[in-house]
Design a protein. Structure first.
Length: 190
């Protein structure tokens, strides 16, 4: 389902008061509201990664999953699979975190989200200066860590980590390590 979004201070403003169906991921890309069911692979990866990250963050940051983030465009409203908020990150007047409070974003790719995760989100997250963008791809069994965002919408460095090896998230003044050996690859679930 997609609906055109009118120009608003936050892309999410158009959904104020809308009762959204449970079990669907809602994001706004290029002014269109996109609702997709979350896939089993995505959910299982998030379920395995989030507690590992949360435990290591302790009081030095916060982890969010599928939570609305305000970006500097009324055409884009993303709710990353996982987002790490920097220590001291503050909510805006809408009660949401903004892009500049994020230290890292992790997206788990599904067949329906490949274009968004590998192109549109990659470009927007880099333009916004999000320091670390990780794409986890259950189909290929790999995590791609992007670092060094540029204002032209790309990242200077990309490192591929196959499932089974530890995924290291280089955050400001610390690192988070995520064991990937329990991440399901496409075809593993029966």
């Amino acid at each position: 389902m997609s609906v055109m979004v009118m120009d608003a201070p936050s892309a999410w403003d158009v959904l104020d008061g809308v009762n959204l169906p449970r079990g669907y991921r809602v994001e706004i890309t290029e002014g269109k509201i996109i609702m997709t069911p979350q896939g089993e692979y995505q959910w299982k990866v998030i379920l395995k990664a989030a507690p590992q990250i949360e435990q290591q963050l302790a009081a030095h940051g916060e982890i969010l999953s599928d939570v609305m983030i305000d970006f500097p465009s009324s055409q884009y409203g993303y709710a990353p699979d996982l987002a790490i908020v920097a220590p001291g990150g503050e909510r805006n007047s809408r009660g949401r975190f903004e892009w500049h409070s994020l230290e890292a974003v992790i997206e788990v790719v599904s067949r329906s989200s490949r274009d968004n995760d590998f192109a549109k989100k990659f470009h927007l997250y880099a333009e916004c200066g999000i320091p670390v963008y990780v794409v986890i791809d259950p189909e290929d069994g790999v995590c791609i860590v992007h670092r060094g965002p540029t204002r032209t919408g790309s990242y200077e460095d990309a490192t591929k980590i196959p499932f089974g090896q530890d995924l290291t998230l280089p955050l400001e003044g610390r690192e988070i390590t995520v064991a990937t050996d329990g991440f399901p690859k496409a075809g593993d679930l029966g």
